[in-house]
Structure formats: structure tokens, C-alpha cells
Design a binder for this molecule. Structure first.
Ligand SMILES: C[S@@+](CC[C@H](N)C(=O)[O-])C[C@H]1O[C@@H](n2cnc3c(N)ncnc32)[C@H](O)[C@@H]1O
Length: 281
């Protein structure tokens, strides 16, 4: 993998994915609110503190932290994609939360002075980076001594059929290649030992890795399909290359892969497991 090519393509994908993430934010957060709460509780923001959120997306986690540091503290909400920062800004305005600073920022090059923040939050971001160790070193640099990072990264594919099924079937359908070991992607940090190793290599102490279960819910397979296509440019770009017959065959294969999680009423409840980690700078 050429890191620079990867970074440019990844930024383009996330810029294009932002409208879909804005439109489907509630589906994600209904499943993932507990993960945000864990991350925020772990960093334990106090009134007056400065908290940084990396790869924030719609910033559901950072905005939760903003309430905890109010009235004088602030949360610096950042994302590599400007369009995602716009999504977060709109959400902050919708909630009337003012003690936030919203900025485009690369997680691998954190544009903040050393020892300038009290805590760092990152839900499902580090695993997508070309160099997660560099990002964790940067995270430690900007944390005040004793400050904490709390992060989430998806566990192994077998514990995440919601994402693994379309991924596996996409390889079979020729939509993309199976990721090589170590390449960035949703499962790149799906091993507690790897997260521990990266945090230790970045100089963190008191490293702890655990796991949280969550469930993605949709009223039907059609609704879940819509969610998936709107949030993944891998999928929407891949589908655009298929003939109608190939498209239907792929969709059928994905629906079959999900069959055991579809109830009698057609509603879908897909299990997911995320690793969560904390460490001290
Ligand atoms: C899977 S989404 C997670 C969004 C949000 N944290 C959440 O939990 O809903 C990944 C986010 O990482 C951002 N991202 C990807 N590469 C990045 C990078 N190199 N630097 C900063 N953000 C990045 C994307 O723009 C996207 O918003």
C-alpha cells in the first residue's frame, strides 16, 4: 500500500460519504450511544477542561463530552474530511452546543501544541489510518501528562456480521480485494494485542483493552441495505460498476448472509462487537 495514495483516496471517500452519514446518523447512534458513553466516562471530562475528538464524523461522542466540560471547557471536534466537520457543526447547532471548536484535522498530524488537551476521544477512527502508531504518538504528544485517550475499534469480522457479510460477499463478487493483513480498514485493529502493542509503542501507560457489544437495528433488510449503501462509498462505487444482474446477485448473497438475524416480522437485528481501549499519557 502506498500511504500517500491511500490517504488521498480515503479523504475523497469520506468527503463523499458525509451526506449519507448525516442522513443516517440516528441509525448509527441508536446502536452506538453506549460506546460514546463508555469513551466519555473513561476520559471523564471535568468542567473547564479541553477535550479533543479525532475522526469525529457527526461528533456524537465529542458533543456528549461538551456537556461535561461546560460552561468554561471546550471540545475540539476534528475530522480529516471537511464535509464531515460540516455535519458535526450542523449537529452542534441543532443541539445548541456552543463550547466546541470544529476543525478539519488529520489524525496523523494533530495540529495542536504539545500537552494542550486533557483527554482524547476517538470512536472508530484509528483503524482507518495509514499509520495508526503515528496518530497515537501524536495523541500522546498533545495530551497533558496524566491525560487519557479512549478509543474504539471494531473487533474481528466474525463478531461483526453487519459489516463482514457485505465485505465478504463483495470479495466474492469482485467488488474489491480482500484486505491484506495490516492494511487500514474497519478490522485493522480487531485484535486486543495489536491495540495494546500500538498504545505501548506510542509511549502510553496503564493500557487497558476491553470489548462492548451492540446491535444494529433496521425495520427490514431493504432499510438496512439503504443504510449500508448510503454510508459506504466502497459499496456505492462498487455497485455502480456492476450490471443489473450482478447487482441483484450481490444483494441476494448479502441478504442470505444476514438471514439468521432477520425476525419473523422482517426486522433486522445485527450483532456487533467493538474493542475499547484506554491509556494514560
Ligand atoms: C467510521 S467513521 C467514524 C465517525 C465517528 N467517529 C463515529 O463514531 O460515528 C470514520 C471517520 O474518520 C474520518 N477519517 C478518516 N481518515 C481520517 C484521517 N486520516 N484523519 C482524520 N479523520 C479521518 C472520516 O472522515 C470519518 O468521519
Amino acid at each position: 500500500m502506498d500511504a500517500e495514495t491511500f490517504r488521498a483516496e480515503s479523504r475523497d471517500r469520506w468527503e463523499r460519504a458525509a451526506p449519507g452519514w448525516a442522513a443516517t446518523r440516528e441509525t448509527m447512534q441508536r446502536a452506538a450511544a453506549g460506546v460514546s458513553a463508555w469513551l466519555v466516562d473513561t476520559v471523564d471530562p471535568r468542567p473547564g477542561q479541553t477535550i479533543l475528538e479525532l475522526a469525529a464524523g457527526a461528533a456524537d461522542t465529542g458533543l456528549m463530552a461538551a456537556e461535561r466540560v461546560a460552561p468554561d471547557g471546550r471540545v475540539i471536534i476534528t475530522d480529516g474530511a471537511e464535509a464531515m466537520v460540516d455535519v458535526a457543526r450542523a449537529r452542534a447547532e441543532e443541539l445548541g452546543i456552543r463550547n466546541v471548536e470544529l476543525r478539519p484535522m488529520e489524525a496523523e498530524w494533530i495540529d495542536l501544541p504539545a500537552a494542550s488537551v486533557d483527554g482524547v476521544l476517538c470512536r472508530w477512527g484509528y483503524m482507518l489510518l495509514a499509520d495508526p502508531e503515528a496518530a497515537l504518538r501524536e495523541t500522546r504528544r498533545v495530551l497533558r501528562p496524566g491525560g487519557r485517550v479512549a478509543l474504539a475499534a471494531w473487533d474481528a469480522p466474525e463478531r461483526n456480521p453487519w459489516l463482514a457479510v457485505p465485505g465478504r460477499e463483495g470479495v466474492r463478487a469482485g467488488l474489491w480485494e480482500a484486505p491484506a493483513k495490516g492494511d487500514p480498514g474497519p478490522f485493522a485493529l480487531g485484535d486486543p494485542a495489536r491495540i495494546e502493542e500500538l498504545l505501548a509503542a506510542a509511549g502510553f501507560a496503564d493500557v487497558e483493552v476491553g470489548a462492548l457489544d451492540l446491535t444494529f437495528e433496521a425495520p427490514s433488510l431493504d432499510a438496512w441495505w439503504d443504510y449500508t449503501v448510503r454510508t459506504s462509498t466502497w459499496l456505492s462505487d462498487g455497485l455502480a460498476r456492476l450490471s443489473p444482474a450482478e447487482h441483484y446477485a450481490y444483494r441476494d448473497a448479502v441478504d442470505k448472509g444476514y438471514a439468521e438475524w432477520v425476525g419473523a416480522n422482517g426486522a433486522v437485528r445485527l450483532p456487533a462487537r467493538t474493542l475499547v481501549a484506554q491509556a494514560t499519557a
